[in-house]
Design a protein. Structure first.
Ligand SMILES: Nc1ncnc2c1ncn2[C@@H]1O[C@H](COP(=O)(O)OP(=O)(O)O)[C@@H](O)[C@H]1O
Ligand SMILES: [Mg+2]
Length: 248
């Protein structure tokens, strides 16, 4: 029985995590995402890879309710149809957008505080802050520094930390490795591993195919708005062949 069936029956115990069914997005009638379905369960990391323009960002924005979509998005088995992004955040979903978008003029600490605005549970604020500062010690060291002065890797840590301040169960990330040094990429993915192990559901969009396939429990290849392939970690070694076959 799928999560969707359960959601309809109202019989209680839903599987924790994200379930996307037949998600479609179009811009002025031009399809960008053509009916894709995927699950991310609590404690799993799922990858979504594909070339520029494949529809990766549109998928994440569609899930958040930031752009018009069709299909169903279930959060812990509950349909979030019609909810604007801020309400989707309150259901426990957070997006780390492409390009990070930290508030450059504000301090690191204030960026993190802003992330807490969407918290469902105000009481857990201090714990959440401590958790983020333990996960990313550089954010503690640089708490008073202007966010715009951080390196790209540090800003990515801040963007993830800010998303975690809303206490999400489901974390969506749009190309977190973009423009980062190899060391910074390692730092980010080590943190994602900790976040996954803590029982959160992680959906990560990437262009770095091999790295993502190796890291994630499952990785979907998106091509022109459709999922064309599902890969397991052991497929990472075959990626040269896959890249040629599926990215052209
Ligand atoms: N705001 C927009 N208006 C019109 N077309 C868009 C917009 N955003 C994305 N697109 C188009 O939708 C398709 C998918 O884009 P996107 O989801 O950004 O892909 P990806 O993140 O995989 O690079 C592309 O053809 C892109 O040009
Ligand atoms: Mg994109």
């Amino acid at each position: 029985m799928s999560i969707g069936d359960k959601a309809g029956s109202g019989d209680g115990e839903y599987e924790r995590g994200l379930c996307v069914q037949q998600l479609a997005v179009a811009y002025s009638g031009v399809p960008a995402v053509r009916g894709i379905s995927l699950d991310v369960k609590a404690g799993e990391a799922v990858g979504l890879i594909g070339p520029n323009g494949a529809g990766k960002s549109s998928t994440l924005l569609g899930i958040m309710g930031a752009i018009a979509r069709t299909g169903r998005v279930l959060v812990h088995g509950q349909d979030v149809a019609g909810l604007p992004p801020e309400k989707v955040v309150r259901r426990g979903v957070a997006l780390v957008p492409e390009g990070r978008h930290v508030f450059a003029e504000l301090s690191v600490a204030d960026n993190l505080r802003l992330g807490a605005v969407a918290r469902r549970d105000r009481a857990g604020y201090s714990e959440a802050m401590e958790h983020v500062l333990t996960l990313f010690p550089i954010l503690r060291d640089f708490g008073h520094r202007q966010a715009g002065l951080l390196s790209g890797g540090q800003q990515q840590q801040l963007a993830i930390g800010r998303a975690l301040m809303s206490d999400p169960d489901i974390l969506l990330l749009d190309e977190p490795s973009l423009g980062l040094s190899p060391t910074a990429v390692d730092t980010v993915f080590e943190a994602l591993d900790v976040i996954r192990a803590a029982g959160k559901a992680v959906l990560v969009v990437e262009q770095r195919a091999e790295f993502t396939i190796a890291f994630c429990d499952r990785t979907f290849v998106l091509h022109d708005g459709e999922i064309t392939l599902t890969l397991k970690p052991e497929d990472a070694e075959k990626v040269d062949v896959l890249t040629k076959a599926y990215f052209g």
